[in-house]
Every structure is written in structure tokens, then in C-alpha cells.
Design a binder for this molecule. Structure first.
Ligand SMILES: [Zn+2]
Length: 241
């Protein structure tokens, strides 16, 4: 097992429509506000991005028949004592931190200068009625206001750090099962935040053409050529020990 340095940069998130990514905080009459960075610009927190990609990876790993623990409940997840599932090896688990750093997805400079004068031009509020499902009625107290960003923004993030990898037998050049799962998961996501059913949060995520793995620069398409091998991870792992 080898510990290698990873760099996936930049990770570009192009919105197709607005972003709604609730902070859970109320601001004035708005019940749910979009996350902002320290300078007041809209951003996608690293934790949201990572959580979204983790869920995609969990689904993929289950689909190919791998053992996956039950995140996000800590009690259902791999513990520090037993052998972690492939998903926890990439994303971490309680008591088993991950050495991969996910960066908040931030607005690039071109937007920052455009919105500098009027930060609030990034956002608009939309009020919706929450219908009572049982009664099929609405009431004034059920009016709910969420904040949206303006349409079609893009954000840039990155994933860098160290990863313990399990090599794929016969392939020394693409970085092992952990990177394979991560790249495949990144390629699967097409929404972020809430409100996809209301036309918000649709994204297309673009990987850098080449991903840095240790001393190598590897095209992500090359890594994904091995996606059929993902199902063999557990068997390979048992040879490894
Ligand atoms: Zn796990």
C-alpha cells in the first residue's frame, strides 16, 4: 500500500440555472440563505461538495457489489479499529481522518470584480408556498422564502493532499482503486444543494484534463478506463493483506 500525493485542480462547477444551497440561517425575511465566503461572495462549501460526491461514490460502490458502511450516522460507519470500506478510505470516517483537502468552491475573479460593487446582485429571493400534504391547503404562515443565486455562475474548487492507495494489479499508472472511485464519483454528480426539482442546483462538473498522482500526470479518462475493475477491489484487497 502506498501513500501518494494527489492534486485535482481546478475542479470547475458550472451552474445550469441558479444555486440554492441553504446555510440553514435566516436573514431578515429570508428563511434560507445561500452560503457566502468571507468576502461576501456566493460559494459552495467544501463540506457540501464532498458530501455530495461521497454519496455518489457510495451508490457506485454498492452498485458494483462492494461493502459500504452506513454514512452519515457515525455509529453505522467504519470505525478506527476495523478495516475501512473503500469509500471511507477516500473520504474518511470518525476517528479516521482523510488527508485529502477539499477546497470551498469559490467564484472566480471575473465574477468577484463584477459583483464587487453590489454584492447583493448575486442573489434573489423567491417565495414559495408550502402546501399541507394532508389537507391540500396553504396558509400564509406556510410562505417560505429561499435565496437563489443568479443563473449560470461558475465556481472553482480543488482536491489536494495525500491518499493511501490500493494498487490495481497490472496497472501501475493510474493510481489505484481509491482514485478510480473518486474520479468516477466526481463524474457522476449533476446536482448540488437543494431544489433540483424546482430547477435549481443543476451543475456540470469539469475535471482538469490531467490529475496529478505522485510524480505522474494522468488523464482522468485513462483512470476511468478501469472502472469495470472496481468490483474486484475487495478480492484484490484480501491478496494485499
Ligand atoms: Zn466505511
Amino acid at each position: 500500500m502506498a501513500r501518494v500525493k494527489i492534486e485535482i485542480r481546478p475542479l470547475t462547477i458550472q451552474m445550469d440555472g441558479p444555486l440554492v444551497l441553504g446555510t440553514g440561517f435566516r436573514r431578515g425575511l429570508i428563511h434560507r440563505t445561500v452560503e457566502r465566503d468571507a468576502d461576501g461572495f456566493a460559494c459552495i462549501p467544501a463540506s457540501s461538495l464532498k458530501g455530495r460526491v461521497r454519496r455518489a461514490c457510495e451508490q457506485l460502490a454498492k452498485d458494483v457489489g462492494l461493502r459500504v458502511c452506513h454514512a452519515p450516522r457515525p455509529s453505522g460507519m467504519c470505525s478506527a479499529h476495523k478495516q475501512a470500506c473503500l469509500v471511507c478510505r477516500v473520504f474518511g470516517a470518525p476517528g479516521r481522518g482523510s488527508n485529502l483537502r477539499w477546497q470551498d468552491a469559490r467564484l472566480p475573479e471575473v465574477y468577484r470584480s463584477a459583483f464587487k460593487a453590489i454584492r447583493e446582485a448575486q442573489f434573489y429571493a423567491r417565495t414559495q408556498v408550502q402546501l399541507s400534504r394532508a389537507l391540500g391547503t396553504s396558509a400564509p404562515e406556510r410562505l417560505f422564502t429561499s435565496e437563489f443565486t443568479v443563473e449560470d455562475l461558475h465556481f472553482a474548487s480543488s482536491i489536494t493532499g495525500w491518499l493511501e492507495i490500493t494498487p490495481i494489479a497490472g496497472d501501475e499508472l493510474t493510481g489505484g482503486y481509491e482514485i478510480l472511485l473518486l474520479i468516477a464519483g466526481l463524474r457522476l454528480i449533476n446536482t448540488i444543494g437543494g431544489a433540483a426539482s424546482r430547477g435549481a442546483g443543476w451543475i456540470s462538473l469539469t475535471l482538469p484534463e490531467k490529475v496529478r498522482i505522485g510524480d505522474m500526470e494522468v488523464h482522468w479518462k485513462k483512470i476511468l478506463e478501469n472502472v469495470e475493475l472496481l468490483r474486484w477491489y475487495q478480492e484484490e484487497k484480501s491478496y494485499d493483506n
